[in-house]
Ligand binder design. Structure first.
Ligand code: LMR
Length: 332
């Protein structure tokens, strides 16, 4: 098979758990295809360099034919050079006594520098997926400082929330997850997030049955929301570390949708400018999106019910507060 010219994929936090899962799957061609060669730019902090070197040895020993070149560095201005894709995993992780917002103080400055670096050295067309928490505000900080990169190119990962909700529904209905469509989350990747089932349906033998006819309202607005809101914390409590394999999987799902397009709505944390749901501009907010030709669009034709509107407002208030804290902290 003829191989395509290499693309450059930069990954921060490359020595961490999420990266360990993600990089292998990228190297098999799952994301960019079995003919797409790769320059991997692996970025992490100095103490993690031995781990990174070990990972690179393992990648070498795996003989992935798609790898053209691997660079490892602690400098984002080197690591993001000519990047076509940047996956920002690196951040201080939360411990079991913290909320994601508690990480703002430590993580906002990291994303400020990364935004500046992307702006200066990445391709202008770079697609950026931010994963480190608090992810919405970190993505907003990245976008603010990445002045040369269109804001539409920077997305916060909220696909994991959507995936978690699909998994809960699949188990509740005892139906295969691939038959459940148009379920998505609004707002912040935090305990305030809201899963919206009002457009969701079960697809069986070409027949669409609304999910609201299959699961009772009390479960939807109660237990179901709670499980999704607390799922990251529950995994953290059990593993002693945050979700890694499922987070890597969600990054791949997010990028596959963004690059190759979608047939139904998917959750993406995107810039709120020009949205029809009264979310103020200049926030990164999880909306139902559709993707085509490498671009995303916020779904325009939905009619959130009163409860959903209330939850959107709650998430807006939380994100405005996160933005205020982060921007205050980063004031030049
Ligand atoms: C998750 O949802 O698993 C991640 O955001 C990690 C965390 O701290 O919850």
């Amino acid at each position: 098979m003829t191989q395509k010219e290499p693309i450059t994929v930069a990954i921060t936090g490359a020595a961490g758990n999420i990266a360990y899962s993600l990089i292998y799957r990228i190297c098999t061609g799952e994301l960019f295809g079995n003919d797409q060669t790769l320059n991997l730019n692996l970025i992490d902090i100095e103490p993690a360099l031995p781990i990174l070197e070990g990972l690179i040895m393992e990648l070498e020993d795996s003989n992935f034919h798609l790898i053209n070149k691997i660079l490892f560095t602690i400098d984002p201005f080197e690591g993001f050079r000519d990047a076509d894709y940047a996956i920002l995993l690196g951040a201080f992780p939360r411990n079991k006594n913290q909320t994601r917002k508690d990480l703002l103080g430590k993580n906002s400055p990291i994303f400020k520098i990364q935004g500046k670096a992307l702006s200066l050295v990445a391709k202008r067309t770079v697609k950026v997926v931010v994963v480190g928490n608090p992810v919405n505000t970190n993505a907003l900080v990245t976008a603010k400082y990445a002045e040369n990169i269109p804001k539409e190119n920077i997305v916060a990962l909220t696909r994991l929330d959507m995936n978690r909700s699909l998994s809960q529904l699949s188990r509740k209905l005892t139906k295969n997850v691939s038959n459940i469509k148009n379920v998505f989350t609004w707002g912040n990747h935090s305990a305030s997030q809201f899963v919206d089932l009002s457009n969701g349906y079960l697809l069986e033998n070409s027949k669409k049955t609304p999910l609201t006819e299959l699961v009772d309202e009390e479960w939807i607005s109660g237990e179901f929301q709670k499980i999704n809101q607390m799922r990251g914390k529950e995994v953290l409590l059990k593993r002693g570390k945050s979700s890694a394999g499922s987070a890597a999987n969600a990054v791949l799902d997010c990028l596959k949708s963004w690059i190759y397009g979608t047939e139904t709505y998917v959750s993406m944390g995107v810039i709120s400018d020009n949205n029809p749901y009264n979310v103020p501009e200049n926030l990164i907010f999880s909306f139902p999106c559709t993707c085509k030709n490498g671009t995303w669009k916020i779904a325009k034709d939905l009619k959130p019910n009163e409860f959903c509107k209330k939850m959107i407002k709650k998430n807006v208030d939380e994100l405005l507060e996160e933005r205020r804290i982060a921007f205050e902290l980063l004031k030049d």
